[in-house]
Ligand binder design. Structure first.
Ligand code: MOS
Length: 706
């Protein structure tokens, strides 16, 4: 397994993307296509008393106007977790109630985008307005339950063991807060729905889960699954916001059926800030008690997050807490409140990300309290087992991540005193934090065809959300068949192909590559060959057009024996110009263990992307809601502040560990999300070292440093 696997291989899809040949959802050209523009609520709480569409409907080019008075037919899905989920349980246009600003209240269809948009602005709505609840501090919190079903209760359910009131030589207790963040993928939410004879539909839409989307849309339309085709070959970024259909998608597909024309709906950047998901703001209380030697005696972690009136989504902050540090006494609890804002959802390391900001900040505070080096404190508290499931971790190299990271960074030169390092006028601080994310895997299927021209063709419904899936699939096939990567053709993102699983929860690589491996082995058996070269020779001799095999791969009983998780450590340097409160991140080292690294280039890119997103969260990202009208005060990619190149230093990424063969035959765990975990804490910990100021609320805007 080392001819191709583990090497640094360029993206198979790179050229298509940089030359504009990759086709995204809204770019599919369909004859006779018409355009839909969403009408969205300008109040956050209340109802529509009257909606006047007359003028809009009479505008040239307008084909249809849908409101709650004449919604297109939509069937209610069963909406079980992971089977036919939509992001918002309330179906679009189902009544006149308004639950948040930006909620879809209408759809105007016209022959051009401009005419649809113009007509949409001519719709007059009279509202009955109630004052919106958008203040998280004043909200009414209740205990949250896991949305992940009983199997994954350990992610969000309450947990209590031992006596949480114990004290130790040192105790730290503090409240940490994070702000609402919006996804802002490069490719906006958009789709084209094309019905054929009113009974089957092709949907061109970016989705992290082609087969899930197919099933959900089939239920919503009341047609068999085979009559829905999802096409999603390229996705311009999806960090959890493109895993299930949103209301605009549901409405587009249903409206296209009624008007009997292919219909495109693109959500504007402005609308996307309000109605296609965000990471909820959080408020977390952490209490740590430890002995003089640093050994933890108790961890209390109470997390609050907010959801919308139309769906329950608790940000599962406490899920990772029992995974990292051992303690005999622990209390974990999640609380949730309803605000009049759009529905929050999964966003790169949902839960682990804010959760580890709080936990890793508290660990740093404890280290200062005890005068123990923060790396040493973490080493002393490592847990060998998951403290909720009691299963031992497989292929865990957390200590190595910490030690190697410290060495690469030069951590031992750090002065154990705040404000002790300077560079000219600037204060310099060094900080570190752990990274961790669970390793997930599911069943997947792939088809492989050996063609007479010497090409191996891999087909699966799975998708590449920008992570490098095309490339690791090709590499897996190349390795197994003994072919160069260039001779592998990969086709993804179409529901007519075998079920490739979901690109979410960092599970695509671990889920799909074992299926590709198995399918390749099977096709060689079919060809009665040891490798592709022999197989192609046999093929030419046989006169057949192709050798073909489909195989699936799924987890077995290993999940009953081991807890699977990935590990890492971040080390960073910041500089602070105290006079103008300018904070810069100037150096970064991440050491990560994800089992076997399949493509060292794209894996490192995933970690870098996570770190960059984490630096954005630490320094600048925040979405506030207008206290009067409830609408986000950020409008687009210009007003939502996130990092540009100049904000990001060189990020040094390395990997440690060995293949996790308990987990799957490839030995690979995912790497999409772990990179962002712990990042914000590493930054605030460095800021404390630089300035002596403990920042417990993100982002670290200049006002907090002055
Ligand atoms: Mo990601 S938040 O698992 O789609």
């Amino acid at each position: 397994m080392n001819q191709v696997i583990g090497k640094s291989v360029n993206r198979k899809d790179g050229r298509a993307k940089v030359t504009g040949q990759a086709t995204y959802g809204a770019e599919h050209q369909i004859p006779n296509l018409v355009h839909g523009y969403l009408v969205t609520a300008t109040i956050a709480n209340g109802s529509i008393r009257n909606i006047d569409t007359q003028q809009a409907a009479a505008t040239p080019g307008v084909i249809a106007v849908f409101t709650h008075k004449n919604p297109p037919k939509i069937f209610k899905p069963t909406n079980n977790w992971m089977t036919s989920k939509i992001y918002e349980a309330r179906l679009p246009l189902s009544d006149n109630k308004i639950h948040y600003a930006g909620q879809i209240v209408g759809l105007v269809v016209a022959d051009t985008f401009e005419r649809a948009r113009d007509a949409a602005h001519q719709i007059k709505i009279e509202y009955e307005t109630h004052s919106p609840q958008i203040n998280a501090q004043k909200a009414n919190y209740q205990q949250a339950t896991s949305i992940f079903g009983e199997d994954m209760e350990y992610l969000a359910g309450e947990f209590e063991t031992g006596d949480i009131s114990v004290s130790g030589a040192a105790t730290v207790e503090a409240i940490y807060t994070t702000e609402t963040e919006i996804h802002s993928p490069m490719e906006p939410h958009a789709l084209v729905a094309h019905w054929d004879n009113n009974d089957s539909v092709t949907i061109y839409e970016p989705t992290q889960w082609v087969k899930g989307s197919q099933r959900t849309y089939a239920e919503l339309c009341g047609v068999p699954q085979e009559q829905v085709r999802i096409v999603s070959p390229y996705i311009g970024g999806a960090f959890g916001c493109k895993a299930f259909p949103w209301s605009h998608g549901v409405l587009c597909v249903a409206a296209a059926r009624e008007i009997k024309r292919p219909l495109k709906v693109v959500v504007s950047r402005r609308q996307m800030t309000a109605n296609t998901g965000h990471r909820s703001q959080t408020e977390q209380t952490i209490r740590l008690a430890a002995n003089k030697d640093g050994k933890l005696r108790a961890i209390k972690h109470i997390a609050k997050s907010c959801t919308s009136p139309v769906e329950v989504f608790p940000e599962p902050c406490t899920g990772i807490t029992p995974v990292i540090y051992a303690t005999p006494n622990m209390h974990l609890k999640q609380e949730i409140a309803v605000l009049n804002v759009g529905t929050p959802t999964f966003m790169r390391a949902p839960g682990e990300n804010p959760g580890m900001f709080a936990l890793e900040s508290a660990m740093d505070e404890l280290a200062w309290e005890l005068n123990i080096d923060p790396v040493e404190l973490r080493l002393r508290n490592e847990t060998k087992e998951h403290q909720r499931t009691k299963l031992p971790f497989s292929a865990k190299h957390f200590a190595e991540c910490l030690k190697i990271g410290a060495e690469k960074f030069g951590w031992s030169d750090r002065q154990m005193q705040p404000r002790s390092q300077q560079q000219g006028e600037l204060l310099v601080g060094w900080g570190m934090a752990a990274a961790a994310f669970p390793a997930l895997r599911n069943r997947a299927e792939a088809k492989i065809r050996l063609l007479p021209d010497g090409i191996a063709h891999v087909l699966t419904s799975a998708n590449d959300v920008g992570t490098g899936a095309y490339t690791v699939i090709a590499m897996t096939a190349a390795e197994t068949l003994g072919l160069p990567v260039e001779n592998i053709r990969v086709e993804l993102g179409d529901s007519i192909m075998p079920n490739g699983g979901m690109a979410g929860g960092s599970q695509m690589t671990a889920t799909l590559t074992p299926a590709v491996l198995t399918a390749c082995q099977k096709v060689l058996e079919t060809a009665k060959a040891q490798n592709a070269k022999e197989a192609f020779a046999n093929l030419r001799e046989s006169g057949l057009t192709a050798y073909e095999a489909t195989a699936s791969s799924a987890p077995g009983e290993e999940g009953k024996k081991f807890a699977f998780n990935s590990w890492g450590a971040h080390f960073c340097e910041v500089t602070v110009d105290e006079e103008i409160a300018r904070l810069r991140v100037t150096r970064w080292v991440s050491v990560i263990n994800i089992g076997r690294v399949l493509n060292s280039k794209t894996a490192a890119s995933q970690i870098r992307g996570g770190v960059i997103m984490g630096i954005g969260q630490a320094l600048m990202e925040e979405c506030h809601f207008d206290p009067n009208i409830g609408y986000p005060v950020v409008y687009d990619l210009a007003t939502y502040h996130f990092p540009a190149h100049a904000d990001i230093p060189r990020i040094e990424v390395s990997f440690v560990g060995e293949p996790d063969l308990n987990f799957n035959p490839m030995g690979a765990r995912g790497c999409g999300e772990i990179g962002i975990t712990g990042v914000a804490a590493a930054v605030t910990n460095a800021v404390y070292h630089a300035t002596g100021k403990r920042i417990r609320s993100l982002p670290i805007t200049p006002d907090k440093l002055l």
